[in-house]
Design a protein around this ligand. Structure first.
Ligand code: 26W
Length: 875
């Protein structure tokens, strides 16, 4: 079997059971005369709308059947798995709604300080399983659908991922919403309701990535509530005239006006009645179409305005770290403003309902900026306070700088957002005026503290000189916020000593901090690895809801690492998770994977800094090493199955070439009878949250091998370790803190450290050593690729040249230690008992990485908000 991937077979998992059937047990038995006992006894309660929150199997099935017949207008004798999913979602939604209403009512009555998480991305994945878990209805529901003749797992498989994000940043936002609700914190998310999520990835037979749109709303979305009553006007373009009346006010008029319509997504907390809200905005034309043009026969002109308005929330931008300086990407700027303007208008309206003065705004509102994408909220709040609320400049600036908090997610220079000044002046003329006013005040203050330091002023300005001039969004986010944080210890340190160093010197270190990222153990352990979760519950002798909410309780597993019986159970679960993955690959791709091998996984966006290239070159090295071995030598080798998955930004040529190389290497080595027993390689297309949920629990070892100092945190590293997978990585991001927790002897580290990186890059440029001398093993591998061992070698030259030439990501420096680390992994794996001990100890020490811990740090040390509990039955 080769690994040639047939593009037709790729994509979202197929729907396994399309065929319709009759709901078992729904039709009543016949009575003595052969007539149906109809209608069924419970129907009256259903019609009276008496839906109980306190569910039993009977009420679950009743509600389910009710939705089949009413909401879906389908017949109980004719329902397929997809219909069953829809009915399941709608009945679960009914329960969520009760809690959601109670929660909003509680917040309105108690008026606690609230926090708002502004993120352009929320990578939610599927909802049904999570909603049932959090509601405590999983077993009941599963029983219920089973009685109706359905299988819960098949139903869950019908749901499409909500893939409104690129990667780590978007998934982090989703984990934080889950934790906020679980910790009963009054937190709402604000984002955009993209019509198309992250593109679907297909792989052509020659290994090329092809992109297709992700029309995730085509099947309708049962999880959103359209709020046609919650709408705001958002303006673009036009002209802004200062009033020059002794106030800083201006009048912004004309241009394009677009409507923002709210869609609400309910976010249930785990094992609590708290159900928070994620509000997503959709853009709509303010007026349907232009009647004048229509009457004049200009039909295109008539719909133009409508199209232009709808375009704003049509698609998620697929960029991740690359090409963030988006020249001419006017639509992305419009997205950012549309979203921040609608969200702020909504937040201010809610605040005003409290009847407080604007001065008290920061006492009731904290706004978290997830990266610089929502930074326009800073000049937008200034605009509202000055132009609409008539506040003085300093007063307004005081309110702004006590409201916002900024999290940085990358120090890579190419990913720092900058907007061309001419574009800003065109699209947002009033905001550009305000930004200039902010710059003036700010630079005067810097000059006062560091008199005559012109270079410092140029470095710190919000405007970068050049053609065109550009607004540096990270600088604006920094000076407009109360606090600034990075996402892992090392990363926060780098933020403070590199990109924002001048700001630390100017504003003092107190404003800067760290909140190490976290992941929700509900989705990333209990849902994705139910068997392990059950074993943990039984072993800790705690209720699941206890340890899932206090993850440090996992430490109680430590003594069981010494228990042989426990280890056998632990290992057996890993094995079954491998088989589950193999089954997935068999059914979706038609490929047969061996499961009696170590599963080695690298899944993340494809990027040079993440160094998938290092991994694939390591695989090739292994392949040629195996080829040279005798049968007797090979028999002692550790069998390995290597998995890759991840998307490349559509315009990122080198990343796409990397995928191509992986796929073509797979084609050759999986077909090679000399080696295929010992080494297999797969590129799984269309990586998603749902695919991660299958891959992560199956992994023995996962790779997090970024060049030191480039990966801000990483969060999948935490997911693997929580599921008992060991980590092979560089001394970077959260890998460092994971090793601190689980112990360095349970982590495989390699490579140069961050402080060496700058110097090595300098050496590459000014004292280059030929690769053959510096790293012969790598030179040999590169030579094999180049001379066509895996198909036309010429194709890969641009990729290979990045390594032969400046080698910015230091493959030539780290390759030898990488290979040595892989050998250590093999050696360790051969001692199965010892390996399982490491696996147990790793899981046991992952408590720190719960997103509950992280969100509590934000709540306490940043936002100053408190838990606000919701009575389960309402008032
Ligand atoms: C404009 C396109 C774009 C989109 C996203 C540019 C840059 C980004 C982010 C800043 C990149 C990102 O997702 N960063 C990741 O954030 C995770 C959560 O904090 C970290 O775990 C990852 O290390 C970091 O790469």
């Amino acid at each position: 079997m080769t690994s040639t991937i047939d593009p037709k077979s790729i994509g979202r998992p197929a729907r396994p059971h399309r065929h319709a059937r009759t709901l078992t047990g729904y039709f009543p038995e016949k009575d003595a005369s052969g007539k149906d006992k109809w209608p069924r006894g419970d129907e009256k309660a259903w019609k009276d709308g008496q839906r109980s929150v306190d569910k039993d199997v009977k009420s679950v099935t009743r509600n389910f059947v009710g939705h089949v017949q009413t909401s879906l207008a389908r017949q109980a004798y004719n329902l397929d798995d997809f219909g069953a999913y829809q009915a399941a979602a709608l009945s679960t939604r009914d329960d969520l709604l009760v809690n959601w209403n109670n929660t909003q009512l509680t917040y309105t009555r108690k008026s606690p300080k609230r926090a708002y998480y502004l993120s352009l991305e929320f990578l939610m994945g599927r909802t049904l399983d999570n909603a049932l878990l959090n509601l405590g209805l999983k077993e009941t529901f599963s029983d219920g659908v089973q009685r109706l003749g359905f299988n819960m797992e098949d139903i869950l498989e019908q749901e499409r991922d909500a893939a409104l994000g690129n990667g780590g940043l978007g998934r982090l936002a989703a984990c934080y919403l889950d934790s906020s609700a679980s910790q009963e914190l009054p937190v709402w998310g604000y984002g955009l309701r993209y019509k198309y999520g992250i593109f679907q990835q297909f792989i052509s037979t020659d290994g090329e990535q092809l992109e297709a749109p992700d029309p995730w709303l085509d099947n309708q979305n049962p999880w959103e509530l359209p709020r046609l009553d919650v709408i705001y006007d958002v303006r673009f373009y036009g002209h802004a005239d200062r009033l020059n009346d002794g106030t800083p006010r201006a009048l912004w008029q004309g241009g394009q006006e677009v409507l923002a319509v709210a869609y609400d997504v309910m976010i249930p907390g785990y094992s609590t009645a708290t159900t928070n809200n994620l509000r997503l905005w959709e853009s709509k034309p303010k007026r349907g179409f232009d009647l004048n043009s229509f009457n004049a026969g200009n039909y295109e002109g008539a719909v133009e305005a409508s199209n232009s308005a709808q375009a704003i929330t049509s698609v998620l931008y697929p960029n991740d770290h690359t090409y963030v300086v988006l020249f001419g990407k006017e639509l992305r700027l419009k997205q950012q403003y549309f979203w921040t303007a609608a969200s702020l208008a909504d937040i201010i309206r809610r605040f005003k309902n409290l009847g407080k003065s604007m001065q008290e705004f920061p006492d009731y509102v904290a706004i978290q900026l997830n990266d610089t994408h929502p930074t326009l909220a800073i000049p937008e709040l200034m605009r509202i306070l000055i132009d609409d609320e008539d506040l003085r400049w300093d007063n307004a600036w005081g309110i702004v700088t006590n409201t916002f908090f900024y999290t940085n997610h990358t120090v890579l220079p190419e990913a720092l957002e900058k907007w061309p000044v001419p574009l800003m002046e065109h699209v947002l003329p009033r905001h550009m005026q305000i930004i200039y006013d902010i710059v003036l005040d700010f630079l005067l203050a810097v000059e006062k503290k560091f008199p005559g330091d012109r270079e410092r002023l140029a470095r710190m300005s919000l405007i970068e000189e050049g053609v065109p001039k550009q607004v540096r969004m990270a600088h604006l986010a920094c000076i407009g916020s109360r606090k600034v944080n990075g996402v892992a210890e090392l990363h926060s340190e780098l933020v403070q000593t590199t990109i924002l160093k001048d700001f630390v010197e100017f504003e003092g270190i107190g404003k800067f901090g760290n909140v190490t990222n976290g992941i929700t153990p509900r989705r990333w352990l209990d849902q994705c690895n139910p068997e392990l979760s059950t074993l943990i519950t039984n072993t800790l002798k705690l209720k699941k809801s206890v340890w899932l909410k206090d993850l440090t309780k996992l430490e109680g597993l430590l003594p069981f690492a010494e228990d042989k019986v426990f280890r056998a159970k632990w290992a057996a679960i890993k094995q079954r998770n491998k088989e589950r993955l193999a089954h997935y690959v068999q059914t979706t791709l038609g490929l047969t994977i061996r499961t009696d091998a170590m599963f080695d996984v690298q899944i993340k966006r494809i990027h040079e800094y993440k160094r998938q290239s290092l991994n694939i070159l390591g695989v090739i090295h292994r392949y040629f090493t195996l080829k040279k071995m005798t049968a007797a030598e090979k028999a002692k080798v550790n069998r390995r199955v290597v998995f890759f998955a991840g998307k490349a930004a559509p315009a990122y040529y080198i990343a796409k070439l990397t995928i191509r190389l992986i796929v073509n290497v797979a084609r050759i080595i999986n077909a090679d009878p000399d080696t295929k027993e010992y080494l297999q390689l797969y590129f799984l297309p269309d990586y998603s949250v749902s695919l991660a949920e299958v891959l992560i629990p199956a992994s023995d070892i996962s790779q997090h091998i970024s060049t030191a100092g480039t990966e801000a945190s990483g969060t999948s590293n935490m997911k693997f370790c929580l599921n008992g997978g060991l980590l092979l990585g560089t001394v970077d991001g959260a890998n460092i803190e994971i090793a601190e927790e689980v112990g360095e002897n349970n982590v495989f580290f390699f490579g140069h450290l961050t402080p060496a990186v700058e110097d090595l890059r300098y050496q590459h440029l000014y004292h280059p050593v030929p690769i053959e001398e510096k790293c012969p093993a790598l030179a040999e591998v590169i030579n094999q690729v180049s001379t066509g061992a895996f198909g036309d070698g010429g194709v890969y030259e641009p990729l290979l040249n990045t390594i032969r030439q400046s080698d910015y990501y230091l493959l030539t420096d780290d390759f030898d230690s990488y290979i040595a680390a892989l050998d250590m992994v093999d050696e360790a794996y051969l001692d199965k008992e010892e390996w399982v001990k490491k696996s147990i100890r790793t899981t046991a020490k992952m408590g720190k990485f719960s997103s509950d811990r992280a969100i509590n740090e934000y709540a306490e040390s940043y936002w100053n908000i408190e838990p606000t509990s919701v009575p389960p039955e309402g008032y």
